[in-house]
Design a binder for this molecule. Sequence first.
Ligand SMILES: Nc1nc2c(c(=O)[nH]1)N[C@H]1C(S)=C(S)[C@@H](COP(=O)(O)O)O[C@H]1N2
Ligand SMILES: [Mo]
Length: 450
Amino acid sequence: MRKTGKPERGLFELYRDDPERADAVVFGRRTGVGRRGFLQGAGLTAMTAAVGAAIPFADNMPSGFIPAALAQAAPAAGAAPAATLPKPLQMEGKAGISVIQERPLNAETPQAMLDDDVTPTAKYFVRNNGLPPEQLGAPASWRITVDGEVNTPLTLTVAELTQRFQPVTLKLQLECGGNGRSFFTPEARGNQWGNGAAGCAEWTGVRLRDVLQAAGLKPSAVYTGHYGADKNLQGTDAPVISRGVRLAKAMDETTLIATRMNGEPLPNIHGGPVRLVVPGWAGSTSQKWLTRIWIRDKEHDGQGMGGFSYRTMRTPIVPGGQAAEANTQILESMPVRSIITNPAHGAQLAANTRQVALRGAAWAGDKTVQAVHISVDYGVTWAPAQVAPPANRHAWQRWTANVTLPSAGYYEIWSRATDQDGKMQPHVAGNWNPQGYGGNPINRVAVLAA
Ligand SMILES: Nc1nc2c(c(=O)[nH]1)N[C@H]1C(S)=C(S)[C@@H](COP(=O)(O)O)O[C@H]1N2
Ligand SMILES: [Mo]
């Protein structure tokens, strides 16, 4: 959309506010009018000025390409001090986390802060659809109910839960269904997450499977429905969010009812005293402040399972176009994704740096990651990274790679993961859907080498 009456500003602002016009300035073409070729002449001069350095691989930049330095804002230099954050984030010591929304509270981890093998709680993203319960009482006396298609409905206190069932500790990767939403064009509805609505913490709890077996599943049991104690923003009694999973996922031995996170009692902000952890599936299935698991004889139809919420297209539609509800399916296992956690996007490398040691993470919902490939020349050549196996099933995988930059200048480091079935991250977020789930384009980090 052209904004009229404004003077031409820096290319960064132009790309942010009017990418089509910026594209025309840099590449000398108007969108929809056909391609004029590669970046050159005045376009190259403008792009070089905009990114602040020579562009050694400029010849490889395709027409219409928006440099990551211009398309994705770099995090502000220096981590945001905790004191400037909303109270609940301050209390958890989440310095440096990026607040996306204050009510309900939503905050993502800047990608470079996901550099730990196991994500510390102080860095872990927060995704609330409503208001966390305030009066918790004694955590051990919190009750959860299991009912529905079971032989013996159960009501268990957290103390009973942890005494009666075998404790399990696993590193499990959780990701919001909307992670990567900001990469969709046109913009999809919802929090504009980058890649940081994800993390891999160490969770301790009991297997949901063990609890369901104790209740005894009837043959009619096919699905779960999850309920929590948070309050909606409208002040009514309607559940904030109530998702569920197919029984097979509920019975997976890595699906936990968790009471501890990274060796500590589960903090309130992450659902304490007790939550579900359904690794690899859209984070909305991992009910926080868990109060009830309703075993159902059909797909659950709770808050957040209808309309376009947590639903993706069965067959692709024109991006931004009209979507039919009948053409949607509930979001389950998340698609393959890789992130570069070192260096940070926007990093200025020390003078004469030509070898860069990269670190990152990759995960693929229920699948494992088979490979991560790296390119520093806009995708013309790709080299494999060293990908570690997951610490346990459904943990994310860490990867490392070394790249050589031929000279000083502006570079983009790209990472692209491939899952065990050979599915790769696409160049741009694909299968557009109204609420922007499953956006997993290749990761691009801009760096300047002096
Ligand atoms: N009760 C309840 N559980 C919830 C939510 C919520 O709003 N209420 N949000 C869900 C969503 S969408 C995600 S991505 C994860 C986020 O967990 P976190 O805040 O611990 O990172 O919690 C899920 N569980
Ligand atoms: Mo989410």
